[in-house]
Design a protein around this ligand. Structure first.
Ligand code: PEP
Ligand code: MG
Length: 738
């Protein structure tokens, strides 16, 4: 149905209707890919509506606005004269569509609240035409409990007093409206205006402190504040009630209710953006910029959701941990907490009811548990664990400049896995030798849409120049599988881990891929960038990617752009097929990095994110070791470097085996580098080689654990002043299992 138009005849509005399977624009939505039609009038689906007074267009290029496989709309360009569109034209349109998608999505989400109750019932089937499924009634909260469990999203242990923060309870705050409705409205509008300014400042501050990737979140907030529907609703409500607080409360409640009915957590989480904006306005209306009291040192902050705005407002020095009732692991707040190394547990039903301000709490961000008012025994136990953890992490500060070298002089490079500019500080803090894995998909997540080429380039440049001359390995987009995190038009797949993920997805979106490659190449002028391809599973795939890289280089050459012509192009060994043909792959690439998170998943057929089979997931399984060994040997024969960047690099039991297998570089979480370095220092490479030989012959993962445990014990690591107490239970468990 034609609902609005600029350019067509106004009297056609509400009169002209087109099904999705009719017309040419709908073709792009139906196919979920860009379409180019040179002679529209000759096309079977061509439909012309004389009543709209539209011109007779002959050529058309259209790209869908896709969110998680759902077409929200179509961006089309038409010409009266017949013309052809080349690949660059299509790439540009597709990029524009990617950039527009989050804007349209936000507008639709916001707009969906504007419809009447009856209409909303209709919309329950589909949210604003987008096909986002709605869910049934809200689940009941669990009852109060001393120990509560959630999702541990940021590692570490903290013990401290609880402060419930940021929960501006619009029901309970002390607020007196102005005597006249007009004055109240003026105040509310002024609060909106001020909140808009705050957001601008916050966006700037966050951009300077953490980089453009995180600052992008605040674009969404600004968009909400600028939304006409939001404004009109508030105006109507304040005119009706004469009370700005009540107006805000009611409008936010409408939004919350509507968003809460969305089944998909990704979309549902967007409600918190509206909530955050609402609180900002309320804080302004109350005449306070900060809606939180100053914190005492070591506070456990309890919130209903970790909103991005908190990180700009909180006194982070005094925050020991964050616990949130709501939120998912992919929410921005969770990412911010991880980035800042603040232990965090989120998604705890009934949390706000279960705790009291000032009571003591223990947060274990690794296990995802929180204890309120714990007994002395538990506090003492966790205090020991906390100290062990803190000491182990601090140790690197003292060792920061020492190379990671075994007792007999075998040198390894210890690099970090990062995904945000702000992580670079942690690499410095923990003495990383560079970045072994830069996960570019986090930028897409923080952005809630696809960043343009310039923005990607700026980010990569900051990482490359910040680390120079140390190497930075930038991995191309690795979306899909368990990283279903982006507005990337991912289809729902029966089996996403085996589906169109990672480099396969990049090959399907060649335009977006080329843009990313150009951005990485341009950032390589510091001559310390390596380009890495995730999840390559065949030589054909590698060759196809290299063709696209050659195209991207040719485009840069044509534009006269500078980049590192010697940039190493390597691939991740993440699937068994790659390890099995490693000799062939090594002939055609410049380095390997073994991604054991996926290699373990695919070798053992164990979903890495399924807790029911987690006990079967073990990178020290002899089958996985055999594939690692095979890849290392192939790299050696071809004379190319090989690193390992899975979580295995952080596993103390894996370190002696990996050293013995001849891995030259281990890339892990920045905070785990100190422990790994300590272990390497205590080892003798000759012993590690013998361990690796034995491990390769081992029949079970338990045997491998025991071999590694024996080495850590013999190397004297259990008596290590800093990490001994932390390693002891790990080693003893491994010894007992055999
Ligand atoms: C891996 O699979 O080991 C890896 C490092 O990649 P990711 O964890 O991002 O899939
Ligand atoms: Mg992987």
């Amino acid at each position: 149905m034609l609902r609005a138009t600029v350019g067509l005849r106004q009297d056609a509005v509400g009169q002209v209707e087109l099904n999705l399977d009719e017309g040419l624009v709908g073709l792009a939505a139906e196919r979920k890919s860009a379409v180019v039609i040179e002679h529209a009038s000759k096309h079977a689906r061509f439909k012309y509506f004389p009543e709209t007074g539209e011109e007779q267009f002959e050529s058309l290029m259209a790209a869908p606005l896709l969110v998680r496989g759902v077409a929200l709309g179509v961006l089309a360009v038409q010409t009266i004269e017949s013309r052809s569109f080349d690949r660059e034209d299509v790439d540009t349109l597709v990029t524009c569509a990617h950039l527009l998608t989050p804007v349209v999505l936000n507008a639709q989400m916001i707009d969906s609240v504007a419809v009447s109750e009856e209409q909303r019932a209709v919309d329950d089937v589909t949210l604003a035409l987008s096909g986002v499924p709605m869910r049934g009634r809200k689940q009941e909260r669990e009852s109060r409990s001393v120990e509560v469990r959630g999702i541990g999203t940021s590692r570490g242990i903290a013990i401290g007093p609880v402060a419930k923060l940021g929960h501006l309870d619009l029901e309970r705050i002390d607020y007196s409206p102005r005597p006249s409705i007009e004055e109240e409205e003026v105040d509310l509008m002024q609060a909106l205006h001020d909140a808009r300014h705050d957001l601008d400042d916050t966006r700037k501050e966050m951009g300077e402190e953490f980089g453009p990737d995180l600052a992008a979140v605040f674009h969404t907030h600004i968009q909400i504040l600028e939304d006409k529907g939001f404004l009109v609703k508030l105006q109507n409500a304040v005119r009706e009630t004469g009370d700005g607080r009540a107006a805000l409360r009611d409008v936010l409640a409408v939004y919350r209710k509507q968003f809460d009915r969305i089944a998909d957590p990704y979309f549902r989480e967007r409600a918190w953006d509206v909530e955050d904006v609402g609180r900002r306005v309320m804080a302004r209306l109350l005449g306070v910029r900060q809606d939180t009291a100053p914190l005492s040192a070591g506070t456990i902050v309890v919130v209903d959701n970790i909103l991005p705005g908190f990180f700009a407002r909180l006194d982070l020095e005094n925050v020991a941990a964050i616990v949130a009732e709501h939120g998912g692991a992919t929410s921005h707040g969770a990412i911010f907490a991880r980035t800042l190394e603040i232990p965090a547990v989120i998604g705890i039903p009934g949390l706000l009811e279960a705790c009291h301000p000032g009571e003591l709490a223990i947060v274990d961000g690794t296990e995802g548990t929180v204890h309120f008012s714990p007994d002395e025994h538990l506090v003492a136990e966790y205090e020991r664990a906390r100290q062990r953890y803190a000491v182990a992490i601090q140790h690197l500060d003292a060792l920061r400049d020492r190379p990671a070298e075994t007792r007999d002089g075998r040198r390894l490079r210890l690099t970090a896995n990062v995904g945000l500019v702000s992580d670079l500080r942690l690499v410095e803090k923990h003495g990383g030798d560079g970045v072994g894995l830069f996960r570019t998909e986090l930028l897409v997540l923080a952005h809630r849409g696809f960043p343009d080429e310039m923005e990607q380039r700026q980010l990569y440049e900051r990482v490359a120049s910040g680390m120079a001359p140390r190497p930075v390995t930038i991995r191309t987009l690795d979306l899909g599988g368990d990283k279903d995190i982006a507005d990337f038009g991912l289809e729902d797949e029966e089996n996403p881990q085996l589906g169109c993920r990672s480099v396969r997805l990049s090959l399907e979106r060649a335009g977006v891929f080329r843009a990313q490659l150009r951005a990485i190449l341009r950032a390589s002028i510091t001559r310390n960038v390596r380009l890495m391809l995730p999840m390559v599973s065949s030589l054909t795939e590698l060759r196809r990617v290299k063709e696209i890289i050659a195209e991207a280089r040719a485009e840069l050459d044509k534009a006269g752009a500078d980049y590192d012509r010697e940039i190493p192009v390597g691939l991740m060994i993440e699937v068994p097929s790659a390890a099995l043909i490693a000799d062939l792959l090594a002939q055609e690439c410049d380095f390997f990095s073994i991604g054991t998170n996926d290699l373990t998943q695919y070798t053992l057929a164990v979903d890495r994110s399924n807790e029911h089979v987690a006990h079967l997931y073990d990178p020290l399984h002899p089958a996985v070791l055999s594939l690692i060994d095979r890849s290392v040997r192939a790299a050696g024969r071809a004379g190319i470097p090989v690193s390992l960047c899975g979580e295995m690099a952080n596993n103390p039991l894996a370190v002696p085996i990996l050293v013995g297998l001849g891995i030259e570089e281990l890339s892990g979480a920045p905070s785990s580098l100190p422990v790994v370095k300590e272990i390497i220092h205590a080892l003798d490479a000759g012993d590690a080689d013998a361990d690796a030989r034995e491990a390769r012959e081992a029949a079970t993962a338990e045997e491998v654990h025991a071999i590694a445990a024996r080495r850590l014990r013999r190397a004297g690591l259990l008596d290590h002043a800093d990490i001994g107490a932390w390693l002891r239970p790990i080693v003893e468990r491994a010894e007992r299992a055999i």
